[in-house]
Design a protein around this ligand. Structure first.
Ligand SMILES: *[C@@H]1O[C@H](CO)[C@@H](O)[C@H](O)[C@H]1NC(C)=O
Ligand SMILES: *[C@@H]1O[C@H](CO)[C@@H](O)[C@H](O)[C@H]1NC(C)=O
Ligand SMILES: *[C@@H]1O[C@H](CO)[C@@H](O)[C@H](O)[C@H]1NC(C)=O
Ligand SMILES: *[C@@H]1O[C@H](CO)[C@@H](O)[C@H](O)[C@H]1NC(C)=O
Length: 414
């Protein structure tokens, strides 16, 4: 890493930007003020390529040759393919709306409560800086999108958007994933210690934020540490992932079942396995038509860093009966892991990774990144081309004005 970074720094002033015209395309779209084109040919050949021990993208993002970390952050919409210009539109915005010194309260479970135009999210469970896990459960917070909208043309609006603590009652133990569910919010909770099992828990999104457990076992057996969930837009079943991050973070015992993707039918109570064969199944989502399921596998982080494991997104075809078929490797991310995953209304696939939100077209071509320069574990589309991106100790508000950057938000399960 050291040699790579020094190369980038010494040539920093040589001119970072590749003009849009150098892309092999007939597109006439201008590159917006907050965007820059990254020509992948420009780093196909590096003067020296570091070893995996020197650079493995686990602790610092990739800085292409002749770019700098500051330059990458300055224009955070990175265009890897012209197709991205149609998504971001002529005037995308990118604003830091909140920040904490150390506590990673902007982690995952990013969910839009449409009725009040609010966004809920949760703290990183098991992170030493949060003091959560075995001793203290991770907290839930929310913001008002009206306040975020008002500052969207600023780059830094820290202090201008209130971050409100949400006291769920009874408290949801170490929540990590969330989705809209029948006008309420459904969380995937990782559990706490050996005695409080992982569970799917519904929360009333208004005071008193009362909660009800929907599912906490499979035929009497504890799940490992439920991570993320998604509702299929056609059959309305809840599909959820169960890796062992509770064990990795020392707040859950050794696993009692293999890591896999589950399916819950809340009309019959049936719990079935949807897919296995993962190291650490993590984010999950569906294409807007429900034809495809996307599951991220963040196996490189299990017992520490295991670089030969997946850092990948798999796509399945969802059969009319809701079963998964035809597992296909969809993408492998360059920087750290693909965590939360969501699709837009056109079926493009977005995932939070080590340096921002990556965007692939439906065939798995990387077309752009919304660059945070730090881990962006999850994010959510919140209507009208708006996005909220969680960056652990930073919260971002993004607007895409291309009209195709709309999330695949399905009202039918509201
Ligand atoms: C990087 O900058 C150097 C120094 O100006 C220049 O010679 C080289 O062509 C540049 N490389 C790329 C890939 O842009
Ligand atoms: C990954 O890179 C970091 C330096 O950024 C290094 O400290 C670590 O040992 C590397 N890990 C492996 C497994 O190579
Ligand atoms: C819980 O608290 C005890 C006592 O302060 C501490 O030793 C332990 O490391 C904590 N465990 C976790 C998982 O944070
Ligand atoms: C919250 O409490 C109200 C009033 O008792 C009840 O109708 C509702 O179902 C509860 N919601 C949840 C998610 O527990």
């Amino acid at each position: 890493m050291a040699s790579l970074r020094s190369v980038a720094v010494t040539v920093a002033l040589a001119g970072n930007l590749v003009s849009a015209s150098s892309l092999a395309s007939s597109s006439k779209r201008a590159v917006p003020a907050l965007a820059q084109v990254i020509n992948q040919k420009s780093f196909n050949v590096l003067p020296s390529v570091p070893t995996a021990e020197e650079y493995n993208a686990s602790s610092a993002p990739w800085v292409p040759l002749n770019f700098t970390a500051a330059g990458l952050a300055d224009k955070p919409f990175h265009v890897y393919d012209d197709e991205f210009l149609a998504i971001i539109g002529p005037n995308p915005t990118f604003t830091i709306i909140a920040q904490t010194p150390k506590d990673p309260i902007f982690h995952e479970a990013v969910v839009w409560y449409k009725a009040k135009d609010e966004v809920f999210f949760v703290q990183n469970a098991g992170n030493p800086d949060a003091g959560t896990g075995l001793n203290k459960s991770a907290a839930i917070y929310k913001i008002s999108l009206k306040e975020a909208d008002a500052v969207k043309n600023l780059r830094d609006a820290v202090g201008k958007v209130e971050v409100v603590h949400v006291p769920s009652t009874p408290e949801i133990p170490n929540p990590n994933g969330a989705t809209q569910y029948k006008s309420q919010i459904l969380f995937a909770a990782e559990g706490q210690g050996a005695k409080i099992p992982p569970a799917l828990i519904v929360m009333n999104p208004v005071e008193p934020y009362n909660t009800t457990v929907l599912l906490n076992n499979y035929f009497g057996r504890q799940f490992n540490s439920l991570n993320d969930l998604a509702i299929h837009p056609k059959n309305l079943d809840v599909y959820f992932t169960d890796p062992t991050y509770g064990e990795s973070n020392n707040f859950r015992p050794a696993p009692g079942m293999q890591n896999q993707v589950w399916r819950y039918n809340d009309r019959t109570g049936a719990v079935t396995v949807a897919a296995d064969g993962f190291v650490m199944p993590n984010g999950i989502t569906f294409s807007p038509d429900g034809k495809y399921a996307y599951v991220t596998d963040t196996g490189i982080w299990r017992h520490g860093l295991e670089l030969s494991n997946p850092s990948s997104i798999y796509r399945f075809t969802v059969q009319p009966d809701g079963t998964f078929e035809d597992r296909k490797t969809f993408a492998f991310v360059d920087t750290n892991i693909p965590d939360g995953v969501h699709t837009d209304s056109k079926g493009n696939v977005y995932a939070g990774a080590g340096d921002g939100v990556y965007v692939w077209n439906p065939s798995g071509k990387l077309i752009g990144k919304i660059y945070t320069g730090r881990t962006a574990a999850n994010f959510q589309f919140v209507g009208g081309g708006r996005m909220v991106v969680c960056g652990e100790t930073r919260l971002y508000y993004v607007t895409l004005e291309g009209g195709t950057g709309e999330g695949a938000f399905v009202d039918s399960y509201l």
